[in-house]
Write a protein that binds this ligand. Structure first.
Ligand code: NAP
Length: 285
């Protein structure tokens, strides 16, 4: 029987926790800002732990979705202090492959399995349980825990060894940078042509240039609204990871670098916590 603990109740984690609860897998939740976990625990009728160490003693599966590499490692170290042997830890944050391997090594000393399982599909995917999940680690462990992950994702693909899930997510983030550039540039151009924005987004969404980002962020961005969504500061963090991996592999990533630099301008203007579609702001300036 699965007893699942969820750590990190941000834009993504809340939807994930709700879907785990719907399937009756969720036992306990933890969030660094404790008020968030306490009110959600009441709503979902599950426990709220006061610490990660407390959560780890109560479950046999731990899912986490926190911000950055250093946050994942901090959480993993806290888990390792009290975790029960044979627990499975699934990290759905977006971090580097190196961090995934470090996390797996820390937990292996405690007889605990680790999967790097970053996701794509946005807050909408997290809410609706329709994320795409790319998994690194032992395939046998993935099959064991698959029923839990299927409450959050409708496409779960085992890529290979530990870290390969995060490397796949880096591919996704490079692509997302290019799509953001293409969509925001095209819509900024559309504005100069005095076109009816909602109509053109509707018709283009149905053709060969249609894509998730245009469909889900097109209208709001052209209204100057960028509610997160996927925080620009988080994609900026991901693109730095991609550039580091690219440099190591000897490949240039010009679109990635351009997008990272554009984000730095927006961060300086106070757009860190806005959705990545705030790139439109730079194009129509
Ligand atoms: P978010 O809304 O900023 O939430 C971040 C969560 O992590 C919060 O619950 C935060 O706690 C917690 N946290 C951060 N540092 C922590 C630490 N040191 N110890 C414990 N908890 C910590 O971010 P998000 O959008 O949910 O994204 C989470 C991860 O998923 C990121 O790696 C992101 O790149 C990835 N991701 C996001 C999207 C998206 O569309 N948003 C899509 C796919 C993947 P507090 O509440 O206390 O701040």
């Amino acid at each position: 029987m699965f007893k699942v603990g969820m750590i990190g109740l941000g834009a993504m984690g809340v939807g994930m926790a709700k879907n785990l609860a719907k399937a009756d897998f969720l036992t306990v939740i933890y969030n660094r800002t404790i008020e968030k976990s306490q009110s959600l625990a009441q709503e979902l009728n599950v426990s709220s732990a006061l610490s990660i160490e407390e959560l780890a003693t109560q479950v046999n599966v731990i899912c986490l979705c926190v911000s950055r590499d250093e946050d994942v490692l901090e959480v993993i170290k806290a888990i390792s202090r009290t975790v029960l042997p044979n627990t499975i830890v699934v990290d759905m944050s977006t971090v580097s492959s190196h961090t995934a391997r470090q996390a797996a090594a820390i937990l292996a000393c405690k007889d605990v399995d680790f999967l790097d399982a970053p996701v794509s599909g946005g807050v909408e995917g997290a809410k609706n349980g329709t994320l795409a999940m790319m998994v690194g680690g032992d395939g046998v462990v993935l099959e064991k825990v698959r029923p839990v992950l299927e409450t959050m994702a409708n496409r779960i693909v085992h890529i290979g060894e530990t870290g390969s899930g995060q490397a796949t997510k880096a591919v996704n983030q490079i692509m997302a940078a290019g799509i953001n550039q293409a969509v925001t540039e095209a819509l900024a151009f559309a504005k100069t042509q005095s076109l009816p924005m909602e109509k053109i987004i509707d018709v283009i969404s149905g053709g060969a240039a249609g894509n998730w980002f245009l469909q889900h962020r097109g209208v709001s961005m052209t209204q100057g609204l960028y509610p997160a969504g996927f925080k620009l500061a988080l994609h900026h963090k991901d693109l730095k990871i991609c550039e580091q991996m690219g440099e190591k592999a000897g490949i240039n990533l010009p679109l990635t670098t351009q997008t990272r630099l554009d984000y730095e301008k927006l961060i300086a203007e106070g757009f860190s916590d806005c959705d990545i579609s705030a790139l439109y702001h730079l194009k129509v300036k």
